[in-house]
Design a protein around this ligand. Sequence first.
Ligand code: FAD
Ligand code: PYC
Length: 405
Amino acid sequence: MRDLFRFSRMWREPQELKDSYDVVIIGGGSHGLATAYYLAKNHGVTDICILEKNYIGAGASGRNTTILRSNYKTPEGARFYDQSVKLYEHLSQDLDFNLMFSQIGHLTLAHTDRAMFVMHERAEVNRLEGIDTKVVDAAQVQKMVPAMQVTEDAEYPIMGALYHPPGGIIRHDAVVWGYARGADRGGAEIHQGCEVTDIHTEGDRVTGVTVNGGKRINAGQVLSATAGWSSILSDMVGMELPITTHILQAFVTEPVKPILDKVIVSSQMHVYISQTDRGEFLIGSEIEPWTTYRMNGTLNFLQESTRHALELFPQLERTRMLRSWAGLCDLSPDYSPILGKTELEGFHVSTGWGTYGFKAAPIVGVTLAELIATGKTPDLIAPFAVERFYTDTLVSELGAAAVSH
Ligand code: FAD
Ligand code: PYC
């Protein structure tokens, strides 16, 4: 299996795995790769291996709908995602790789008085954090998106929206490849087709991992950046995380002329829509309510999301669907991430990203790299420690995390 992944123009051929590293990162998605990149860049830590059971970007990082934004509801969340969007603004230059960030603006539609109230609340939290977000009325929405149907007699009439100019879309696999190349250039080893099958401990600290084939690797610091699979990894050290894994689906149409240059989200219609640089309409919905590790799509998703997308863009009626897919999402009870240290010394996690973690990759990388290199939890991520579930200090992003949760 590993031989399948040996040839890449973007990073070095992997060496044989060594017996020990300073840091082992489990998971070659955007979070694991970004952490490796910033460990070398910001802290000079280079004795790192990234262990990926599949190929780089095989998880949710290569399956998401590429939305970046920071219009969250809690001050903790808004300021955290704001730092991430700011890092994304300069990431192409930083990685010397074109990530195709289109900062086109993001509109969350409101169809009821209650939804308008929530939009005002979010706008106010954002304003206090210095984030550019405001409430606009239906006429302003129509002006910004002339191609969208904004009529009063619609099944879901649009009363207004939360407008967030810094939001946008980016090329997701470029982000993954850019960080992988950057991590490799910084000295980290990337091992694809390399599954962690066990994690070892001695007393109350982590000591290393075993990979498929049976090789044991020693390490004083292990990061599990495994998102949808993170409960399986934490089970290996007897740690129960409050995470459930669900699928989220999306599809793209054939390319059409450019008619949409905003990201559109409607919580009540459970649909979100953008148009890619290639002209495809990219359409997604809500997570499926059951828990699973199987990434199978459903007909119900295609029917419902198509129906709602056509209510907003009836001109797409004859547009053909090109492909659909699903990815795993790791949901926490308060819709905020679980990030940083655990009770096991040296074992760190990045999980609880649900349907919204791609936008967080740069700030996750910066803050986890700081934690691993210095042993200190940066203030920005302190609210997201796993202890919050035992100290009743939840950070509830319900209603602002992604589509309708
Ligand atoms: P992943 O990219 O999932 O990487 C985890 C990696 O761990 C995987 O590659 C996996 O193979 C590997 N792994 C697992 N177990 C092992 C093991 N035992 N050994 C070695 N490797 C292992 N977020 C947004 O911000 N905006 C969006 O618009 C958005 N849209 C989404 C749309 C869809 C359809 C989906 C599915 C998700 C979406 N998300 C979005 C969420 C986002 O994609 C994820 O939160 C984010 O990509 C998680 O990144 P990660 O690096 O933590 O995990
Ligand atoms: O994080 O904004 C988001 C999002 C929208 C749909 C899926 N994730």
